[in-house]
Write a protein that binds this ligand. Sequence first.
Ligand SMILES: Cc1cc2nc3c(=O)[nH]c(=O)nc-3n(C[C@H](O)[C@H](O)[C@H](O)COP(=O)(O)OP(=O)(O)OC[C@H]3O[C@@H](n4cnc5c(N)ncnc54)[C@H](O)[C@@H]3O)c2cc1C
Length: 115
Amino acid sequence: MYPVDGGTLVTGLDGMGALGDPNDPQAVQAAIRIFGSEAEVIAAESHDGVADPFARGARLSWPPGWAAGVVEELARPEGLLRFAGGDVTIEGGGYIEGAIGSGQAAAVALAATIA
Ligand SMILES: Cc1cc2nc3c(=O)[nH]c(=O)nc-3n(C[C@H](O)[C@H](O)[C@H](O)COP(=O)(O)OP(=O)(O)OC[C@H]3O[C@@H](n4cnc5c(N)ncnc54)[C@H](O)[C@@H]3O)c2cc1C
């Protein structure tokens, strides 16, 4: 959130397409109401990272329940194959921190396996 003249600029991510039309102030306001905010949304603008040829995706946004098993299953080793990255770790998942930690853990585990 950033203070601007006459209000507050709020940024956010809609990974599940739950907003409907993220350019529609009414849709954004309805979403904000879920969190108990009384804020009045006077303008809304979005960028579709998935459609952007220079991004071809957006940051991780797990659906409810994924942290309770799906992520660990995605990271389960298969023989000498190890899966690593920010999308397959609970700790720091979705962030650089998680990507580095996951990669380091996979490298250490693989080194121990082939030693
Ligand atoms: C808009 C946005 C903002 C973000 N902001 C932050 C932030 O402020 N702080 C933060 O900590 N994190 C942020 N993140 C998340 C962070 O960028 C990721 O968590 C991190 O980059 C994940 O690293 P990774 O190595 O797991 O995957 P990636 O960085 O996605 O690396 C995967 C690599 O594999 C390559 N690749 C894919 N398929 C193949 C293939 N078949 N063969 C060869 N190469 C392939 C890709 O080109 C890519 O280079 C942001 C992400 C986005 C999209």
